[in-house]
Design a protein around this ligand. Sequence first.
Ligand code: DGP
Length: 109
Amino acid sequence: MSSIFKKIIDREIPADIVYEDDLCLAFRDINPKAPVHVLVIPKKEIPSLADLNDDDETIVGHCVVALAKIAAAEGLHDGYNMIVNCGEAGGQEVPHLHFHLMGGRQPKS
Ligand code: DGP
């Protein structure tokens, strides 16, 4: 079943899109937990990490490379976090694979 992120891909609901290509889309999180909080998602409807198969290696690699490029474009030159929640016990709320890019916070000392 499609999630709300599919509606963002299809432009049925608005989002602050920062990057798009044939395989992925990136937009700002509606509830940011860091000064820069962007979600990178594959356009293919993959529910979670647990649903990946061998054919998805290119898509996942593509999303991670896109995330790194977005981080650079957002000025996160000192570092950032990439977080992927998987499944109910992993705190995943939206059942469409997504990579959180979070940065701009002061690092913990
Ligand atoms: P997760 O817990 O890993 O499934 O994170 C889902 C994130 O998606 C959460 O940080 C809030 C964000 N989110 C949920 N619905 C929307 C939406 O409609 N638009 C945008 N931009 N972000 C959303």
